[in-house]
Write a protein that binds this ligand. Structure first.
Ligand SMILES: Cc1cc2nc3c(=O)[nH]c(=O)nc-3n(C[C@H](O)[C@H](O)[C@H](O)COP(=O)(O)OP(=O)(O)OC[C@H]3O[C@@H](n4cnc5c(N)ncnc54)[C@H](O)[C@@H]3O)c2cc1C
Length: 476
């Protein structure tokens, strides 16, 4: 296994549980890849960026269960939106059948007017009636065009569709394939009651993966950190071994490349990449950025666990102090909040997230901190009285592949043209956008392909949540 992100870990654990001796090589000093955490020089545990899951992410939930991490994910069934005047609006499910379960809170939602709501409701009903697959979203139309064709108001687009989708898909609406955008609403908000529940780890991300090592080692395997693979040797159309930066070599019966899409071609001989469209086309997948702003304040200013922000550059504000305290209440000794209390003056740790943050990439960290502070003061007025003890900006320029119209053409299957080489990663063909769920799906699919090749086929992929209520009837 080359790569210890969620794709590599999920494939590794599943194969180890199926009796394989797995050797996993990760070039960094920690597991988790893009969904990892590390310790700052001041001793604070920070996530690479806040990661959230949703109720509809059934394979990620299965993976967390397998590695004993499910209890470290705290689920919320109430979404609080905030605007720049400090106003709040909430969305939550009632007992009405899907897809009407959010209708009550949507009708009362104060941040949209009736014309916006009518337009949104019409589009949502169209999605639900088509079982998540409306005909006019095929053929590479972008989400913004689809919304305009569906008569959405500008406020509906910016204060509703954009708020949900830019953060869910890490891309602007005009650069997003409509089928990805529609899928988010179908799976999370329309098909069933619990798909929209937001799951947030109550520990630093790195603490979720301890069970992976145990599962792999229990079957005689190992995971090696700081072990960068330099190349995969191909002989007679098969992988014949991997070479490491230090010149060492390893051979195996099966190989999984679970590295990011832009890292794979450099591991393969150039003629192999040239010969096979699956590898050659990877350069056509573009990446989009995410910026995280970490703020340590001298007092508590925010009581909600998290806020979704409308009309501002910031899309989410996470109350890291409350999130790590609420679910675990001190059960996990090294959580960021506990570290925070021992610091001299910081009393609250907040993290702000900006997806598709193209405009921020050229800006200095100082400018980004100033912008984040200004927006925090607008959305959470109590912050105006607070002092910033410390701030950090983490820019991920290649956070995820961009779900551009037609990008599915460039996403290869988990089996590859090289006989015993398998591919895993959020960028492989999973049907899902670049998410932790997509990464785990890819890992399970790669593991299924190996089990099949080894003559022991097994189903690892978990089904979607069941389609309920009227949505089920409409979807046929
Ligand atoms: C800032 C940010 C915020 C995000 N927020 C969310 C979110 O809220 N919810 C969500 O679902 N998803 C989110 N994502 C996306 C999610 O993190 C990814 O989709 C997922 O983690 C990808 O997993 P992966 O295993 O496919 O790839 P990666 O995590 O990239 O793993 C690949 C691994 O391969 C290793 N590697 C590379 N080259 C080599 C080599 N030569 N030898 C050995 N190892 C190598 C890398 O070090 C890495 O550990 C976010 C991503 C980012 C960057």
């Amino acid at each position: 296994m080359i790569g210890g992100g969620l794709a590599g870990l999920s494939a590794g654990v599943a194969l180890a549980e199926a009796g394989f001796r797995v050797r996993l090589y990760e070039k960094r000093p920690h597991l988790g890849g893009r969904a990892a955490s590390y310790v700052l020089p001041g001793g604070e545990h920070v996530d690479n960026c806040q990661h959230v899951t949703l109720g509809c992410c059934t394979n990620l939930a299965d993976f967390y269960r397998r590695v004993g991490a499910a209890g470290k994910i705290h689920f919320f069934d109430r979404l609080v939106f905030a605007d720049s005047t400090g106003r709040r609006g909430t969305m939550e499910a009632s007992s009405l059948p899907a897809p009407m379960h959010m209708a009550g809170s949507f009708a009362a939602f104060p941040l949209l007017d009736w014309a916006d709501k009518r337009a949104i409701a019409n589009a949502l009903v169209a999605i639900a009636r088509a079982g998540g697959r409306p005909d006019d979203a095929d053929g590479g139309v972008n989400m913004l065009d689809w919304l305009r064709r569906r008569g959405q108001t500008e406020a509906a687009i910016s204060r509703f569709w954009g708020v949900v989708l830019v953060s869910a898909l890490d891309e602007e609406l005009s650069r997003t394939d409509a089928h990805y955008g529609i899928d988010v609403f179908w799976k999370a908000f329309l098909a069933n009651h619990s798909g929209y529940h937001v799951g947030i780890p109550s520990v630093p991300l790195g603490e979720l993966y301890g069970g992976c090592l145990a599962a792999i080692e229990k079957r005689g395997g190992e995971a090696r950190l700081r072990a960068a693979v330099r190349g995969i040797t191909i002989e007679d159309g098969r992988s014949a071994g991997v070479e490491f930066e230090n010149g060492a070599r390893e051979i195996a019966d099966y190989y999984i490349a679970a590295v990011p899409h832009d890292a794979l071609p450099s591991l393969l001989p150039a003629p192999v990449v040239e010969r096979h469209a699956e590898f050659r086309n990877l350069s056509r997948l573009r990446s989009s950025p995410i910026t995280g702003v970490h703020l340590w304040l001298d007092r508590e200013v925010m009581s909600e666990p998290f806020l979704t922000v409308v009309d501002r550059t910031t899309q989410w504000i996470f109350n890291k102090t409350a999130l790590s305290e609420s679910a675990s209440n001190g059960a996990n000794g090294s959580s960021g909040a506990n570290e925070l209390k021992s610091e001299n003056t910081a009393r609250q740790y907040l993290q702000m997230v900006i997806s598709a943050s193209y405009d921020l990439i050229p800006r200095s960290r100082r400018e980004i901190l100033a912008l984040a502070w200004r927006e925090l003061s607008e959305v959470v007025p109590a912050a105006r009285e607070a002092r910033l003890v410390k701030g950090t900006v983490i820019k991920e320029t290649s956070a995820t592949f961009s779900p551009e119209p037609g990008c599915d053409r460039w996403r290869p299957a988990q089996t590859s043209p090289i006989a015993n080489l398998y591919l895993a990663g959020d960028w492989t063909a999973t049907g899902w956008p670049a998410t932790m769920e997509g990464a785990v799906r890819s890992g399970y699919l790669a593991a299924e392909a190996i089990l099949e090749a080894a003559g022991a086929p097994a189903r690892l992929l978990r089904p979607e949540l069941p389609t309920e209520g009227l949505s089920r009837w409409w979807a046929g």
